[in-house]
Design a protein around this ligand. Structure first.
Ligand code: ATP
Length: 299
């Protein structure tokens, strides 16, 4: 297990605002991470520091074993695609691709061209004249074709329709399986990307409140579905994290593995056990972590 990123006791303050508040974690090689959290949680600030576009107030940071600031060897191995990527005013789509090809050592020109066709981007058009969604698509093309050993997408979807987002996820998974690398996706669309994520880091109020493998998180809860009255009977005495009624039916998310006695009981009542959505779990586990954190502070 080799760490691509090692962060220890990192802090970043903007005046009184503690945007990053004593954060420590590791990012391993060749995995897809989800960096999740509510608005203003500190994700973008953290990603700016990881990619040497911002300075930490204190703490240690290593990327590929070295400090990233003004470290060209490290920076050429990082591709950071931001929500509002800026390009020089005179650049066409083709110019962006040419500059990226020069910068990223592992750039794949054929892959870039096939992505340009997939996303129907006009090569000669000035980037200033691209629609919001087309600009996001261009960021995605650069991020994927860079094949950078550390590729970070910070909410790369602004203006992208569902078809284009699905194309992004499919191309990312196909290419990642042939060319494994470390990918960090920061997003609010947790359920949409959940099939991609191998590990989840949740940030809240500048702190890491969850840092776990996605499979482990999934094993923490299950959903039970069926006739509402029977589901309610089943839920008695159990820790319920979410209820979704539909007509006379009810689907509820419950803490537990959903095997053994619980499964037996549910099946005996004619109820169905299903996996629970990652989004529900992240929201719930985040709340639990917040409560435990506050109790810890008071103790
Ligand atoms: N340049 C700045 N000056 C002052 N405060 C800032 C600055 N940049 C960020 N902040 C504050 O730091 C906190 C973290 O912001 P950040 O942009 O990192 O959050 P985020 O998790 O990326 O949010 P979102 O999901 O909405 O993009 C917020 O309270 C924000 O207002």
């Amino acid at each position: 297990m080799s760490a691509v990123i090692e962060v220890n006791h990192l802090r970043k303050s903007y005046g009184q605002v503690k945007a990053i508040d004593d954060v420590s974690f590791q990012i391993e090689a060749d995995k897809i991470y989800g960096m999740l959290g509510r608005n203003g949680a500190g994700k973008t600030t953290l990603m700016h520091i990881l990619t040497a576009q911002g300075f930490a107030t204190s703490g240690d940071l290593k990327v590929f074993g070295e400090h990233p600031y003004e470290n060209e060897k490290v920076l050429r191995n990082i591709c950071f695609i931001k929500e509002s990527q800026k390009y020089p005013d005179t650049f066409s789509v083709k110019n962006v691709l040419d500059v990226s090809a020069d910068f990223f050592p592992k750039w794949d020109r054929d892959f870039a061209n096939s992505l340009i066709a997939d996303f129907q981007l006009p090569l000669k058009r000035n980037v200033k004249k691209l629609s919001r969604g087309m600009l996001s698509s261009l960021g995605i093309v650069v991020g994927l074709a860079s094949r950078a050993p550390l590729t970070i997408f910070d909410e790369p979807y602004l203006g992208l329709d569902a078809v284009a987002r699905s194309l992004f996820y499919d191309r990312l998974l196909e290419d990642y399986s042939e060319h494994p690398r470390t990918i960090i996706l920061s997003t609010h669309l947790i359920d949409e990307v959940s099939r991609l994520l191998e590990h989840v880091i949740v940030i809240d109020s500048g702190k890491v409140i969850l840092d776990e493998e996605t499979d482990t998180i999934r094993g923490r809860a299950y959903a039970v579905a069926g006739a509402a009255s029977k589901v309610e009977d089943f839920l008695r005495g159990k820790q319920v994290i979410h209820r979704e009624p539909f007509g006379g039916l009810l689907t509820a998310a419950v803490i537990g593995a959903g095997d053994g006695r619980d499964r037996h009981e549910a099946e005996g009542m004619g109820l169905e056990i299903q996996p629970v959505s990652l989004q529900q779990l992240v929201v719930h586990l985040s709340k639990i972590n917040q409560v435990q954190g506050k109790e810890g502070e008071r103790a």
